[in-house]
Design a protein around this ligand. Structure first.
Ligand code: DGL
Length: 261
């Protein structure tokens, strides 16, 4: 079983920001990544729709024989992981906005959170926020339109910069010193956000934390692949594969394929 693949699903190409952290930390693991780009963005869908899509993605990865499923999608995790855990016995690893480290390290006691509407309005997000940001002001902004542009291959464009300039305004006037990226697509615009925000603002995401958590889970459940051979990576998209290929770049032992699902 330890040679079976780690499964990943996201609403699209964004979760590859987390997947990259995982394959760097766990180079011997085989992986299967499912980009449900046809249905992106998830962030504007209802919890029921997000749960239904998450079930479909989970069953696909189980049918491929995965030993564990990671959900590098904040919107799917915060809306669907409790339901998925009640329905499937396969280990599931989710992702949530990194509110805790930002709240602990903030000097100004003001942190920004940029995420989708689906994440910010979820019960799991509210619970995490109440737990970790009691003496902190959180400035929450919905990143409307960002995922659509990334999925369309328009990450480094004037259109994106114009959109982001408007999106960061509430962060600029509130004096935050930490910005939490609460959507796995957003690490791909971190460099643009850095040029727009004051130099003292630190921008953090949860990718590395998810990779560490995966390692611990694999060790504890004795599922770590220790055969010492570089892993194979199979990526699927149910839309045009061009954006996925561009965003992932060159990775050894990787194939990217279109799949109807
Ligand atoms: N990348 C996902 C997330 O982390 C979802 C973005 C979307 O589809 O709206 O929230």
């Amino acid at each position: 079983m330890s040679k079976a693949a780690l499964g990943f699903f996201d609403s699209g190409v964004g979760g590859t920001s987390v997947w990259k952290e995982v394959i760097d930390l766990l180079p011997y693991e085989n992986t299967i990544y499912l980009a449900d780009s046809k249905n992106a963005p998830y962030g504007i869908k209802s919890p029921d729709e997000i749960i239904a899509l998450s079930i479909k993605n989970t069953e696909f990865l189980i049918s491929k024989g995965c030993k564990l499923i990671a959900i590098p999608c904040n919107t799917a995790t915060t809306n669907a992981i409790d339901y998925l855990r009640s329905k499937y016995s396969i280990p599931l690893i989710g992702i949530e906005p990194a509110i805790k480290p930002a709240a602990l390290q903030s000097d100004t006691k003001k942190i920004g959170i940029l995420a989708t509407k689906g994440t910010l309005s979820s019960q799991l997000f509210k619970t995490t926020q109440e737990k970790f940001s009691q003496d902190i002001d959180t400035i929450e902004v919905v990143g409307t339109g960002i995922v659509e542009l990334i999925e369309a291959g328009k990450t480094n464009t004037v259109e994106m910069k114009t959109l982001l300039r408007r999106i960061v305004e509430p962060f600029m006037i509130s004096g935050i010193d930490y910005l939490v990226l609460g959507c796995s697509h957003y690490p791909y615009i971190k460099h643009l956000l850095e040029t727009l925000l004051p130099k003292n603002v630190r921008i953090i995401d949860s990718g590395a934390a998810v990779a560490r958590q995966l390692l611990v889970t694999l060790q504890q459940s004795k599922l770590l692949n220790e055969d010492g051979k570089l892993g194979h990576h199979q990526l699927y998209s149910n839309a045009n594969c061009t954006t996925l290929k561009e965003i992932v770049g060159v990775v050894e032992n990787m194939t990217i394929e279109h799949l109807d699902f």
